[in-house]
Ligand binder design. Structure first.
Ligand code: S3P
Length: 430
């Protein structure tokens, strides 16, 4: 059932918002806790549907995951002892769930069927399935639904990725955990390194040499305690809202500021945004800070393709910032965005056109003709195409419209940021 919602101007944003736990870190914490023998404790876990899909799949593989005061307790079964799941593993809308599970299962002697929703079933899995087949797994398709039969023993290998992908890198490293010998993954460009940072907390040292990550399989993973920081990608929506709505000043405490995740902060600052980081600290091997964002006029940006992996999920909301900037922005080399929850180049451009902002697609570049500080026309209905980040990006645009706009369906937002509308209401004093 669709859940359309109207977003209109409500005046300056102020106050403090709580963010959901980092989604990428949450998936990885649950999976590593599964592979440790004993009980790990995770606080701040993202409680959206994507991470819930990972938790449900892990339970079907034999793990106990229970809510307790202050967080979640995960009682792991240890490497090599995952159970054969009794039914297909439903990954919902979550590419991270599907890919990380494929890596996990690839080196275990079990067979599982992975299913997902219509969006996930369209997304290509070949760039992961191919290396997993080489290490011994049998995979009967390159898109969901697919069946995967792991191989134990699996073959320790060096994988050279053709395109940067943290999901593929992490999946291959997870496959390497239950593989005797050394697994190496070499990326063509840096991507988020949450798994590499987290493995030592479970007792496994990882060797990092430039873009190569190397681990020795069959370690004894020890349970640990993890505090998941606030999600930097979720923070980007609220930060752009405060930046474009005149008079705003907000604080976002406890945001993960891993260098692989804050490309959007750097881009917005180059455009003129007023974002400061305070109280910088490290929690569970991840850098964390409180963000303070004040309204500021923006100017256009020309974003080079090499910067895309560092802000891969923030392109739609950066496009909203570009729409509210002076001048023409170009975001280059966005091919990877075509294979996200929607074709984000197309859905972003279509949404901008609907709210009265000129945007063009040239090959894999998105060009946005900013209108400066004036409000967007609004008044239109934007199609979210089942994509949480498109829905949230245009909800933010609605706050700076002459007339309210409608996002045709906000349902997908619960995959990553179930409290998004409440967070906006809190900041806008509704
Ligand atoms: C993710 C990596 C990114 C990102 C996705 C989550 C992860 O995908 O788009 O939302 O948790 O590893 P890539 O595989 O393109 O890096």
């Amino acid at each position: 059932m669709r859940a359309p919602a109207v977003f209109g101007p409500r005046g300056p944003l102020s106050g403090t918002a709580r963010l959901p736990g980092d989604k990428s870190i949450s998936h990885r914490a649950l999976i590593l806790a599964t592979l440790a023998v004993g009980t790990s404790r995770i606080s701040g876990l993202n409680e959206g549907e994507d991470v819930a899909a990972t938790a449900a799949a892990l339970r079907a593989l034999g793990v106990r995951i229970e809510r307790e005061s202050g967080g979640w307790a995960v009682t792991g079964v240890g490497l090599g002892t995952l159970l054969q799941p009794p039914a297909p593993l439903d990954c919902g809308n979550s590419g991270t769930t599907a890919r990380l599970l494929m890596g996990l299962i690839a080196s275990h002697p079990i067979r599982a069927e992975l299913i997902g929703d219509a969006s996930l079933s369209r997304r290509p899995m070949a760039s992961l399935a191919a290396p997993l087949r080489r290490l011994g797994a049998r995979i009967d398709g390159d898109r969901l639904p697919l069946a995967i039969e792991g191989s134990a023993p699996a073959i320790p290998m060096t994988h050279r990725l053709n395109t940067p992908s943290a999901q593929v890198k992490s999946a291959l490293l997870l496959a390497g955990l239950n593989t005797r010998g050394v697994t190496t993954v070499i990326s063509p460009a840096a991507t988020r390194d949450h798994l590499e940072r987290m493995l030592p907390l479970f007792g496994l040292e990882v060797a990092i040499d430039g873009l190569a990550v190397r681990l020795r399989g069959e370690p004894e993973l020890k349970p640990c305690t993890i505090a998941v920081p606030g999600d930097a990608s979720a923070a980007a929506f609220l930060a752009v809202a405060a930046t474009i709505v005149p008079g705003s000043a907000i604080e976002l405490p406890g945001v993960g500021v891993n260098p692989g995740r804050i490309g959007w902060i750097e881009a917005l600052r180059e455009m003129g945004a007023d974002i400061s980081l305070s109280n910088q600290r490290e929690e569970s091997a991840e850098p964390v800070a409180d963000l303070i964002i004040r309204h500021a006029p923006l100017s256009a940006i020309d974003l080079a393709p090499g910067r895309v992996p560092g802000l891969i999920d923030e392109i739609p909301i950066l496009a909203i910032a570009a729409a509210g900037a002076r001048g023409t922005s170009r975001q280059r080399g966005l091919a990877a965005l075509r294979d996200k929850e929607s074709d984000r180049i197309a859905t972003t451009a279509a949404g901008l056109a609907a709210i009265g902002v000129r945007a063009e697609i040239e090959d894999d570049d998105l060009i946005v003709h900013g209108i400066g500080e004036a409000p967007f026309a609004g008044g239109a209905t934007v199609a979210a195409e089942g994509d949480h980040r498109i829905a949230m990006a245009f909800a933010v645009a609605g706050l700076h419209g002459l007339a309210p706009l409608t996002v045709d369906d906000m349902t997908a937002v619960s995959t990553s940021f179930p409290g998004f509308a409440a967070a906006l209401d809190g900041l806008a004093g509704a």
